[in-house]
Design a protein around this ligand. Structure first.
Ligand SMILES: [Zn+2]
Length: 696
């Protein structure tokens, strides 16, 4: 598209009203050159709105300050959400260049908004009088949240410190963008060609089909292994070529650690140095202390207590698993050391020999479209939601399926976009994002419909072949769909409190609790049907699967907990200067903690996107475990009621957890759902770390 004309604000499609179904972005008319001018123009519009708000001659009250503030910046939010969804799921060198250019100005804009003294003054006046304003509970929550947002962005700092804080935040925005792009570079740049039967040895049909498709996607002959999780993990589990497994493992765990233009080692150090400075400006000794003050856990000690309850039990469990691996390995006549690239291979053998479960036998029952239907059906049975495919809604890639979502009364309550496949121009992992949040604070008093996205990274089946998932993949789809429901079921007045914008260690509760339904016999019976015969998965296979799953819990729990400990420890360092060699620091810490050789980590600091591709999970990787305490205990409410679809429990879950966003303090929201605070015991039982019914 010719650039210059369409960049003018009156012809730039990003700045016009979108005459599309439900006002979705007109993706087909957008090109990378539109984004920078549109973002700059939208930032200016936001500043103008805020200037008018701050200059209001009327004394501040809730409506003319807090509710009004919540209504600002919609144009910017709309353009930015469009941009960041594209840079995650359908990026290009042109979009990446824009991303690098706008990272610092966007961060500077955020700082400018929250460092506006006149604006903060109005918020602070109201905050000081918050008990006397006669606010509703949700209004009080908004006032607290916005006040905290200002304070954490540096609004209370002295001018020089405030200016430095803004600089630090801009520099962090630039560096976290670089970090993510470096990881993507290493992921999309690596492939392992498999030449003939000798290289394909041990691989079942589905891995071969995925490797063939990956080659086709790259215009290559034969088969290739890529670093897409849904390809590299089964490759490590099945390939009998130990030398190739080692190559794949080293490439996977070496992402970000290659000398040259895409080396993340110094990027990590630069980020850590700046985060330490950010924390000090706020009067905290370490970044972890600073980050944890705005969480449900509240303190480092609370997080360490939970990790400390889990770690020794996980080490015991992984040692039991290691012994089982060794026995099977010895029986096979192999006496070598179990290296990290061997663990999954021998674990897969244990699963097949001792639990009679073979991933290749299970996958035909988890065809992607059926798993999607299972998730939609659970949402219907639990919450009354109906999902109708709408092919006229604009999407950014043919892989994306759009749905109109209606509630039990038949009213449209949101739009849902699902993008399930791995592509070279898409980042790895699985995530939920939004194009719009639900709220009822529009200028005309209307309700804004949420537009919610789910991204997965499943390896697409070959041409004409179905896409078959593992149970883990199916659980990932349910997990992200749980986040999606958190966005779609949101029912709050103020946008800042909507959907998943809750405290970080609460945000994984709606996603993780939803994972439970994929394992429910009733759901499996209905939806886990063989893609060729239509037969439901045999109940005996399900039981074997569940036993087999508990077998791998030591491995999963140790690796996860180790990553959480590394995250917390590196962000708890108080020295202004980070360790000279972060990779050496990481391996020393893990050795001291007793991480067994052979387990290995796949979230090493140099590619740990949760920690360094943005800041929202920095010193927050523990949140999955924290939320698992809540989800394991919370799901018990359905067990006690005798049905996974008990209507009263489902309604309490919808109302207190999925609909309430950040309008209620998270501990209170959980207690309102469960009738009491959460306990840790169900988590330990669920992971098979203690016998069921034993004391924690
Ligand atoms: Zn999640």
């Amino acid at each position: 598209m010719p650039a210059s004309d369409s960049l003018m604000s009156d012809s730039n499609p990003l700045l016009q009203d979108w005459q599309t179904p439900y006002g979705l972005p007109p993706f087909a008319t957008l090109c990378p050159a539109h984004f920078e001018p549109a973002l700059r123009a939208a930032m200016q519009m936001h500043r103008d709105e805020l200037a008018a708000l701050a200059a209001n001659p009327a004394a501040p009250d809730f409506d003319n300050t807090l509710a009004a503030f919540d209504r600002t910046g919609h144009r910017l939010a709309r353009v930015a959400a469009t941009f960041y969804n594209l840079t995650s799921s359908a990026t290009s060198p042109e979009l990446q260049a824009v991303q690098r250019t706008v990272a610092a100005p966007m961060a500077a804009h955020h700082s400018a908004v929250y460092n506006d003294a006149a604006l903060f003054q109005r918020v602070a006046v109201l905050h000081a009088r918050r008990e006397t304003l006669g606010l509703t509970a949700e209004q009080q929550r908004l006032l607290e949240r916005v006040h905290t947002d200002f304070v954490r962005a540096g609004a209370r700092l002295a001018p020089a410190a405030q200016a430095r804080h803004a600089q630090v935040m801009q520099e962090l925005a630039r560096l976290t963008t670089t970090f993510a792009q470096n990881v993507l570079h290493d992921e999309s740049g690596w492939q392992l060609p498999l030449h003939g039967e000798a290289d394909l040895a041990g691989l079942p049909d589905f891995v071969r089909a995925n490797a063939r498709q990956a080659a086709l996607d790259r215009g290559l002959p034969g088969h290739v292994v890529t670093l897409s999780r849904s390809l590299v993990v089964p490759f490590l589990g099945f390939s009998t070529r130990r030398d190739l497994r080692e190559q794949a493992w080293r490439a996977w765990t070496g992402r970000g650690e290659h000398a040259g233009a895409n080396d993340n080692r110094e990027v990590v150090r630069d980020i850590l140095r700046l985060r330490n400075e950010q924390a000090r400006l706020h009067g905290h000794a370490s970044f972890a202390d600073h980050a944890l003050t705005d969480t449900m856990a509240g303190t480092r000690a609370a997080v360490q207590q939970l990790l400390g309850q889990v770690w020794p039990r996980a080490l015991e469990a992984v040692e039991r698993e290691r012994q089982a691996l060794l026995e099977v390995q010895r029986e096979a006549g192999d006496r070598g050391e179990i290296e990290p690239w061997d663990w999954r291979f021998w674990a897969e053998k244990v699963r097949r020999q001792r639990y009679a479960v073979d991933d290749a036998e299970v996958k035909p029952y988890f065809e992607l479209n059926r798993v999607v239907q299972a998730a939609l059906d659970c949402a219907q049975r639990l919450f009354g939601l109906q999902f109708t495919p709408r092919d006229d809604i604009p999407v950014y890639h043919p892989d994306v399926q759009a749905y109109e979502v209606r509630n039990a009364a038949g009213v449209v309550t949101g739009i849902f976009l699902q993008d399930n496949f791995a592509r070279p121009a898409k980042r790895s992992g699985a995530w939920m994002s939004n194009l719009r949040w639900q709220h009822r604070n529009a200028a005309d008093g209307g309700r804004q419909l949420p537009v919610i996205l789910n991204n997965n990274n499943f390896a697409k089946g070959g041409a004409g072949e179905p896409t078959l998932l593992s149970l883990d993949d199916a659980r990932t789809l349910f997990h992200e769909f749980g986040h999606g429901l958190h966005g779609l079921l949101s029912d709050v007045t103020y946008e800042r409190l909507s959907g998943t914008q809750v405290l970080r260690d609460f945000v994984e509760l709606p996603s993780q609790i939803f994972e439970h339904w994929i394992s429910e016999p009733e759901v499996l019976q209905r939806h886990a049907r063989h893609h060729q015969t239509g037969e439901p998965i045999p109940p005996a296979l399900v039981q074997q699967l569940q036993r087999a799953q508990r077998f791998g819990q030591g491995y999963e729990t140790v690796r996860y907990t180790a990553s959480a400990m590394v995250d917390l420890a590196i962000h708890a360092l108080q020295d202004a200067e980070p360790p000279a060699d972060v990779c050496a620091w990481e391996s020393e810490l893990l050795q001291r903690a007793g991480l067994p050789h052979g387990v290995g980590l796949n979230h090493r600091l140099v590619h740990f996107q949760h920690l360094f591709a943005g800041s929202s999970y920095a010193s927050g990787y523990y949140v999955y475990l924290w939320a698992e305490v809540l989800d394991a205990d919370g799901y018990g409410a359905f067990r006690e009621a005798g049905s996974p679809f008990d209507p009263a429990v489902a309604e309490a879950l919808r109302r207190h957890i999925y609909a309430s966003g950040n309008s209620v303090e998270p501990g209170a929201a959980f207690a309102a759902f469960r009738g009491r605070p959460a306990t840790v015991q169900p988590l330990l039982e669920k992971r098979g770390l203690v016998p069921v019914g034993a004391d924690a």
